[in-house]
Design a protein around this ligand. Structure first.
Ligand code: ADP
Ligand code: MG
Length: 285
């Protein structure tokens, strides 16, 4: 590998908004054979919108206000969706105490005068009501809201596929890369997003440490593994991958640790990064 060719490759990348941390990052990207993708914010737009709010024994407004009060402490894209919807309905967050975030599951806190409120994966936030399945059938992400362990409401959220993800996956597969989607979200929504994107290998309800375990498994199979993710929940898998990709729009922790940063949140740029790296390696052999 001549350092000059690699420097030229890195420069070409930088001009297109593809930032390689160092020469090793480019070399690994050029040899990559499997790519693990997070769903939310990587394949999807990552700007989820609240579609409906339901209350069980309490008003939808209360459900939304209490959920927003807790989510005010979270940086998750779903938290931003809940806060935006509360703002639209002119509901102000209430004071909370003892906030705890459980990565890949949800958040909880004590809301003044209300009780212990949990917002997150149905099941984790309290026994899931039957209404959840109808939302899953629509391909929506569902946040359950529980008060003192009892489910008091549901917030259904839509996060559409990024328009360019289909083209990107097609190009990656054409390049012989095994594409795998891993998400903490539910299976029905994951299935729909994977099908829309043209991804045949996927897993749902995957916890952060399980994302990392899948990267390890692919490496053990002999793959050179890339991982693209945008969240704190992706950090263990990103750290274990041979080459990690971060979207310039993601969580700061993901960007700081990434081998390759894509300035534009567009997976076509990831396909470009691999093609450019391969071309660079071919030149120097
Ligand atoms: P992904 O792998 O798709 O990026 P995450 O691992 O970040 O998803 O989250 C998995 C699931 O955990 C989400 O679909 C959501 O149900 C729940 N969750 C995570 N963080 C939050 C939060 N701040 N508020 C509500 N639910 C959350
Ligand atoms: Mg994510």
């Amino acid at each position: 590998a001549t350092p000059t060719a690699v420097m030229v490759g890195m420069g070409n990348g930088a001009r297109r908004g593809i930032l390689f941390r160092n020469a090793a990052a480019l070399e690994h990207a050029g040899r990559l054979t499997a790519l693990v993708l997070d769903k939310t914010g990587t394949l999807t737009e990552g700007q989820p919108q609240v579609r409906s709010v339901q209350g069980f024994g309490v008003s939808p407004e209360s459900v939304l206000q209490w959920a927003a009060s807790v989510e005010a402490g979270s940086e998750h894209p779903l938290a931003r969706a809940v806060l935006a919807e509360a703002r639209n309905r002119t509901l102000s967050p209430l004071a909370v105490e003892a906030f705890v975030a459980t990565i890949g599951q949800g958040v909880e806190a004590h809301v003044a005068g209300v009780g212990r409120i949990r917002v997150g994966v149905p099941g984790w936030a309290g026994p899931a009501p039957a209404e959840v399945d109808a939302h899953y059938a629509d391909g929506l992400t569902v946040l359950a809201v529980a008060r003192d362990g009892q489910c008091i409401g549901l917030i259904a959220v839509a996060d559409p596929l990024r328009a360019t993800s289909v083209e990107a996956v097609r190009r990656l597969k054409e390049a012989g890369v095994r594409v795998v989607m891993l998400t903490g979200d539910n299976a029905a929504t994951a299935r729909r997003v994977a099908a829309e994107a043209g991804i045949t290998h996927w897993q749902a309800q995957v916890r952060p440490e399980e994302k990392a375990a899948e990267v390890a498994r692919l490496k053990a199979e002999g793959h050179i593994v890339g991982m693209a993710g945008d969240g704190i929940n992706d950090a263990p898998a990103l750290a274990l991958a041979d080459v990690s990709f971060a979207m310039g729009t993601g969580a700061d922790v993901a960007i700081e640790a990434a081998d390759v940063t894509l300035m534009r949140a567009d997976l076509v740029h990831l396909a470009d990064a691999i093609r450019l790296s391969r071309a660079t390696l071919t030149k120097i052999r």
